[in-house]
Design a protein around this ligand. Structure first.
Ligand code: HAM
Length: 414
């Protein structure tokens, strides 16, 4: 990753952390390596992520481990192991690398990065609405203007089990038309037929299948309509899309995906939903939860040019010091550390380049000021301070070396 991209990520992370904290979220970091069983039990054994995309291997002691393909399962494991639910509801955010063995293309990588948020301990529709609202505000805060939030209701675990039976009955006469994998999924996890990418499965097998949101319980339908009402009341735009079923098995009730036009075929920039059964399934107390994750690479693709350059320009001002000869450099070296200790971004030309070459380096570094000490200046303990952003004749002045830090502090604070 090159400098400007690193800078963009740093600014973006800082902006997201600010927003997470405003919504009372706390940070959490979990390991990149986890036992494969964690994802089999949470994301689901019969899912593309576990069956095709997980980087898994046996370690020296014979344990089946993997590079995490997503963040939620690890956060839930840490939540249970550290009793994070003991003091009531808990809101946690994270940033980090995830790994999926997919064919790399623009916006789809084998190692990618997610920022995510998980809210444990509330089954209220307020928690779903707040999560989607926070995501929508986060996207706007980082300068993504063109995005659509699509939401759907998958019902409770009981609703899902009943729907699976309904779907099986509906599809039983079509098993011969299914691709090899869907024929296996039919018995093991019929739900996953709904997101098969095979065009003939899509058109001939599941195209007219009953939609899940039609068979959810009254309670779940009420929960969902409250989520929609609350989002409307706080001005969050969304579309109800019955085709959103998510490729991970842990979801219940509200699910959502955010797509951004104009970034190519990999247009899902964020996704999430409620997962009320997962904490218990992984050995914890029954705990409702809701969350989301966004792909940082895709967020950067979806940011418009203005938002990108605004973030890159917000960099701190810099000064570059140029001393002609060892004596001048030795004096400036002390000034360099004084400037940095005062919080000023400063660099210095260490090599014995000509003044012209040193000025070229200063330009390349994007220095706002250059302080030059030659033989004459050194004798008078002065430096020639030049404002690189000012093209007028009066853009330079002779100042005392001892006062450089104080002068620059004044210049940089205005
Ligand atoms: P997911 O939909 O699998 O959900 O991934 C979330 C986001 O990660 C996607 O919307 C996309 O932006 C990004 N992403 C996924 N795969 C790739 C890839 N190969 N290359 C680049 N970006 C990618 C989850 O991971 C859930 N854990 C979200 C969640 C959190 N649900 C509840 N809490």
């Amino acid at each position: 990753m090159i400098e400007s991209e690193c800078r963009l990520w740093e600014v973006l992370e800082a902006e997201c952390i600010n927003l997470f904290r405003r919504f009372s979220y706390e940070g959490i970091r979990t390991p990149v390596i986890e036992l494969s069983a964690l994802f089999k039990r949470s994301v689901g054994e019969v899912t593309d992520i576990v069956q095709k995309e997980m980087y898994q291997f046996e370690d020296r002691s014979g344990d089946e481990i993997c590079l995490r393909p997503e963040g939620t399962a690890g956060v839930v494991r840490a939540y249970i192991e550290n009793n994070l639910g003991n003091d009531g509801p808990r809101k946690l955010y994270y940033f980090g690398p995830m790994f999926r063995a997919e064919r790399p293309q623009a916006g789809r990588y084998r190692q990618f990065h997610q920022l995510g948020a998980e809210y444990f301990g509330h089954d209220s529709p307020f928690a779903d609405a707040e999560t989607i609202q926070m995501l929508s505000e986060l996207l706007q805060a980082i300068g993504i203007r063109k995005f659509t939030v699509k939401i759907n209701n998958l019902g409770s675990e009981v609703d899902r089990a009943a729907y699976a039976e309904l779907l099986k009955k509906f599809l039983v006469g079509r098993v011969s038309k299914m691709c090899v994998e869907c024929a296996k999924r039919y018995d093991k996890n019929v739900f996953r037929l709904l997101d098969c990418k095979n065009p003939s499965c899509r058109s001939q097998v599941v195209a007219d299948a009953p939609a899940i949101h039609e068979s959810v319980s009254r309670e779940s339908a009420d929960h969902f309509s409250r989520v929609c009402d609350m989002l409307t009341s706080v001005g969050v735009s969304f579309e109800i899309d019955p085709s959103i079923i998510r490729g991970l098995d842990y979801y219940t009730h509200t699910v959502f995906e955010v797509v951004s036009a104009g970034i190519g075929s990999q247009d899902a920039i964020a996704a999430g939903g409620r997962y009320d059964g997962l904490v218990e399934r992984l050995g914890g107390k029954p705990t409702p939860a809701v969350g989301f994750a966004a792909g940082i690479e895709r967020l950067c693709l979806a940011m418009d040019e203005a938002a990108r350059s605004e973030r890159l320009l917000s960099e701190q001002k810099k000064v570059h010091l140029i001393g002609m000869g060892y004596e001048a450099k030795a004096v400036l070296y002390k000034t360099l550390s004084e400037l940095r200790r005062k919080g000023i971004t400063a660099s210095m030309e260490f090599s014995d380049k000509s003044l012209k070459a040193s000025m070229r380096s200063a330009n390349k570094l994007g220095a706002d000021y250059v302080a030059i000490v030659g033989e004459d200046e050194l004798r008078e303990k002065k430096a020639l301070l030049k404002n690189m952003n000012d093209q007028s004749d009066g853009n330079q002045s002779l100042v005392s070396i001892d006062e450089l830090a104080q002068i620059l502090n004044g210049e940089f604070s205005c």
